[in-house]
Design a protein around this ligand. Structure first.
Ligand code: MN3
Length: 212
């Protein structure tokens, strides 16, 4: 099968002390993310996706509006979760951001606290399922945005994501029940690996390396 579920960059119990338990990671990565991969592979032939990268598929499906949704739901979620696993780590969290990232956030948001509040609010106010994002816009400035379901800033054309958080209930229900704001606080303060975010800023985003 062309698309594959990348292994987690840490063990399923690695984040348990930081507010993401082993069962959450086993279900979210092993069942939910895997289901998007399986479903996307099932669409390759019927939707003519052969030879395209995951990033191309997401961008093209986004331009097709409602017609692109069956592909976007699976391809977007595959891409989104690849990023999500990478931006968390057992050594994540804290307020110590790498210098270049902190300078950029201070310049574009007025401070790290202001950025975190904007990001949290994007996640809190995304009704139903979806994602909150930190993106690089085409003018080079950082911005916070949100998208519903499997969409992302590549599919909407808003910019290049360097941080994303899943706000679908399967991401937080076991750890935080219905209290999404606490999950978002915990994500920002205990789970995000700011070194990875800084690297993605420097590289201009994530290349999944996946293609049909
Ligand atoms: Mn999810």
């Amino acid at each position: 099968m062309p698309f594959t579920l990348p292994p987690l960059p840490y063990s399923t119990n690695a984040l348990a002390g930081q507010g993401m338990c082993q069962e959450t990671l086993e279900l979210h990565h092993g069942k939910h993310h895997n289901a998007y991969v399986t479903a996307l592979n099932g669409l390759i032939e019927s939707k003519g996706l052969q030879g395209k990268t995951l990033e191309q598929i997401v961008a093209e499906a986004g331009k097709q509006g409602a017609d692109g949704l069956p592909v976007l739901n699976q391809a977007g979620q595959h891409w989104n979760h690849i990023l999500f696993w990478q931006v968390m780590s057992p050594k994540g969290g804290g307020d110590k951001l790498p210098g270049a990232l902190e300078t950029k956030i201070n310049s574009d948001f007025g401070g790290v606290a202001q950025f975190k509040e904007a990001f949290k609010q994007a996640g809190v106010t995304q009704f139903g399922s979806g994602w909150a994002w930190l993106i690089i816009k085409s003018d080079g400035k950082l911005a916070v945005t949100k998208t519903p379901n499997g969409a992302n800033p590549i599919s909407t054309g808003e910019g290049t994501p360097i941080l994303g958080v899943d706000v679908w209930e399967h991401a937080y229900y076991l750890d935080f029940r219905n209290v999404r704001p606490n999950y978002l606080d915990n994500f920002l303060n205990k789970l995000v690996d700011w070194e990875v975010v800084a690297t993605l800023l420097n590289k201009g985003g994530l290349q999944s390396g996946q293609s049909a």
